[in-house]
Design a protein around this ligand. Sequence first.
Ligand code: 7TS
Length: 423
Amino acid sequence: MITPGRQVTEEACQDCLVGSGNERLRQDFPALRQKVHGKPLVYLDNAATSQKPQVVIDTIARYYLSENSNVHRGVHFLSDLATQAYEGARIRVRQFLNATHDREIIFTRGTTDSINLVAHSFGRSRLRAGDEILISAMEHHSNIVPWQMVCEEKGARLRVIPINDAGELILEEYERLLSDRTKLVSVVYVSNALGTINPVRQIIALAHRRGIPVLLDGAQAAPHLRVDVQELDCDFYAFSGHKLFGPTGTGILYGRADLLETMPPYQGGGDMISAVTFEKTIYNSLPYKFEAGTPHIAGAIGLGAAIDYVQRIGLDRIAAYEHDLLAYGTGLLSAIPGLRIIGTAREKAGVLSFVLEGIHAHDVGTILDHEGVAIRAGHHCAMPVMKRFGVPATARASLAFYNTREDLEALAKGLHKVNEVFA
Ligand code: 7TS
């Protein structure tokens, strides 16, 4: 059985993110120690992907060094070891989400893959002409395009909940859009482009009143907010491992067991079957029915290590720390001439999206990069949100618990420099 790697945070976390700040936690992330363009790296692109703690890197390395084997197949020692580690990671994810059953946890390639699974399995088997899928105006493309594809195939319709100028969902409009035609509500929990935390409990309660299931895109919520799928009462929850300090190519679809049971497989192949003849295939039970082929074993185990790591710090502590950091950053950016923050919702997490008057976001990103400050510039795979705010792109700084006030001061200093260059 693979044991968790270096448990550096166990003792470091007695007072991490409160008393001693996050200096000791930062030491767990080797990538943060480097310089870029001769400047210390200030990594503020966490919404795209987060850096990995040493324990995740070590766990993956150890798997390939001494435990590599395929899962659910072998009678030999290593295969048994790999299977136990892989299934151990599933248990960690189940605990992380507070799901009821391990079989409700499906390993995928990421949020995109998780949403596609639901669109292709649930969507294609349930949608009829005239039915509707309800999403919001602040969705990532991965929660738009799969639904468009299935709607086109089935003659169904994609309806969109509008947002206000602060980047908040207009709940009255949402209520108005819910109808007997609505077959699924699929909304983002935390917006990657605006930082808005949506009132998902209310959204779910209103949908459930009509018996409509709800999928939450939790890609940006997972690293910032404690999630309890039973308390939220969502029907599906999707997130990516790589934004949660785990490996790329890993993700999770949580689905309520009774719903998953009724859904057809998404892909066919090995592992998802219990018996095959040329005439008929009997599918495997949950969750394997949805895990065709050799999975990303090392990735799943690495994600398990990332979850252990984050749990040791505690998501409530992370959320409180980042809340203060976001307020500090908002104050700093608001003082920069010509800067407009895009996304000013009352409830926000981890994201500072902005435009500088008369300067393209890509130029902002390039100049900041030369100062060692990594942000993202562009449409953030949320082109409809950009259109809603009348901008082609924004510059976006996105936070993780290892960021500091000094990081945000470096950002602000860099932005003053951008203004000087374009003055
Ligand atoms: N949903 C949201 C809200 C996201 O922010 C992202 C990725 C995805 C879905 C897709 O996740 P994936 O892991 O399957 O690619 N968001 C971003 C971003 O903001 N910058 O780069 C990727």
